[in-house]
Design a protein around this ligand. Structure first.
Ligand SMILES: Cc1ncc(COP(=O)(O)O)c(C=O)c1O
Length: 447
């Protein structure tokens, strides 16, 4: 269902960004936060506020969005949700959730340390350790809290952290919480990583060095050379923590993503962290690795020790989703998912769109000019396509992307429709921008 968008757009709605409002001034709530509200109101009025959309139906490649522009819920193609394996409505998973409610009720009942664990938690942790080829695992209520909790629990103020400059917010916040010695290396750049490791090892004294990387970066759809990073960690006696949020379960022959490039059974000194929400269709996260870290996390990780456990229902859902992901059925879903990803990239490229990175469940379509990308995000929604706009500071200035998030179970027809909408959308957005008579790329002030 298409809706004609206004030909007139207030150019101010295409300029600036939320980052300009991060440090409000003033004493009262009104003084401090009104300017940001006014800015967002302007964006909303012009249809270019892309956040906090509400789905009013089961999640899948086609959804109803709640009351977006009409009085009724609106059908849309959904390339904006994270359910890479498309298992959210899998009958066996729904049944597992029902069974868990019958057996255990609906809440976990406490922190993991004080009364919040049950046999489902233990079962899930054992399964996770088995598929990751590690000694043990601990589960958290969210991926963010697991990634934060691993670093905040293991790293202390004497330690040094060396992390990829595109590391997720959860690692960034945790590293800066744990120590003032935080150094970022250029994205996936081994030479720069070694330079930073040399620097740290000259200064660290009795502390430890931690290297933080991700297996798949969701803005660029790329990952590091894991064996080479691991070899550098060995050389400088650094501890490697790898966040596998985006490829665990959905990529690789066996479903272990980039971890398949090293022998985890013999690498007994790697800490694996991640989220269940992208692939295993339920919020939750984990810290996994050698047995020796378990006690430290249990007692010293703020988001584990002092936060309520993951719910019982979540444990049952994730356990069943893991079972499927690491079965022949999972293999088949991954095969179809990859075929769909490659098809989407091919069709987007055919229409002149540039896509970044390797084939993965998110396809970053580079738009560039932030004003054009904001308009495009509005136009595609008006034609019934949800795909997320990513702009500065999540990506560099004027390298905005529209990110296609792929799901198992999408059809080629749905992908073709989405690409067609992108094509029509970019043509109309370019016309609108030309008519708005702004010809220079916006120079944004420093934050
Ligand atoms: C790399 C990475 N780690 C951790 C998280 C946090 O996971 P969750 O959203 O499941 O809490 C995310 C979420 O986007 C992520 O991209």
């Amino acid at each position: 269902m298409a809706r004609k968008t206004s030909d007139n757009i207030d150019i101010n709605a295409l300029l600036g960004g939320s980052f300009l409002y991060r440090s409000p001034k003033g004493k009262t709530l009104e003084e401090r936060y009104t300017p940001f509200n006014q800015y967002v109101d302007l964006l909303k009025l012009n249809g270019v506020y892309p956040f906090s959309r509400t789905v009013a139906s089961t999640l899948g490649p086609e959804v109803y969005l709640s009351n977006t522009w009409a009085d009724e819920d609106t059908p849309c193609l959904n390339f904006g949700s994270q359910d890479y394996m498309g298992m959210t409505s899998h009958p066996a998973i729904i049944q597992a959730a029902k069974d868990a409610i019958e057996e255990f009720g609906v809440t976990s009942g406490g922190t993991p340390v004080l009364g919040g664990r049950n046999t489902l938690t233990n079962k899930l942790e054992r399964k996770l350790a088995e598929v990751l080829h590690v000694d043990q695992a601990q589960v958290f209520a969210s991926g963010w809290s697991a990634c934060f909790g691993a670093i905040a629990g293991l790293v202390t103020h004497k330690d040094y952290v060396v992390m990829d400059m595109l590391q997720h917010n959860s690692s960034d916040v945790a590293a800066n919480y744990a120590t003032e010695h935080v150094y970022k290396f250029k994205h996936n750049d081994l030479e720069d990583l070694e330079k930073k490791l040399r620097f740290c090892s000259d200064r660290v004294g009795t502390g430890g060095i931690f290297v933080l990387i991700e297996s798949l970066y969701s803005m660029n759809s790329d990952g590091p050379d894991l064996p080479a990073v691991y070899a550098l960690c060995k050389k400088y006696q650094a501890i490697l923590i790898i966040d596998v949020a985006h490829d665990f379960g959905c990529m690789g022959e066996e479903g272990r993503g980039l971890l398949e490039t090293i022998d985890m059974k013999s690498a007994k000194d790697i800490v694996v962290i991640g989220s269940f929400s992208k692939t295993l269709c339920n919020p939750g996260g984990f810290v996994a690795g050698p047995r020796v870290i378990r006690q430290q996390i249990e007692i010293f990780s703020p988001s584990y020790t002092f936060a309520s456990s993951i719910s019982t229902i979540s444990c049952a859902i994730i356990y069943k989703a893991l079972e499927i992901a690491f079965s022949d059925e999972g293999k088949e879903i991954r095969k179809n998912l990859l075929a769909n990803i490659e098809f989407a990239i091919k069709e987007l490229n055919k229409r002149g769109f540039y896509t970044n990175g390797i084939p993965s469940p998110f396809v970053p379509v580079l738009i560039g000019d932030s004003r054009l990308a904001r308009l495009l995000s509005r136009e595609i929604l008006s034609m019934g396509l949800v795909a997320n706009l990513i702009e500065f500071p999540a990506v560099p200035r004027n390298q905005s992307i529209i990110r296609f998030q792929m799901m198992g179970g999408m059809t080629q027809e749905q992908i073709l429709q989405a690409v067609d909408i992108m094509h029509k959308g970019i043509i109309r957005s370019q016309e609108l921008l030309l008519n708005a008579k702004v010809d220079a790329i916006e120079i944004l002030p420093e934050e």
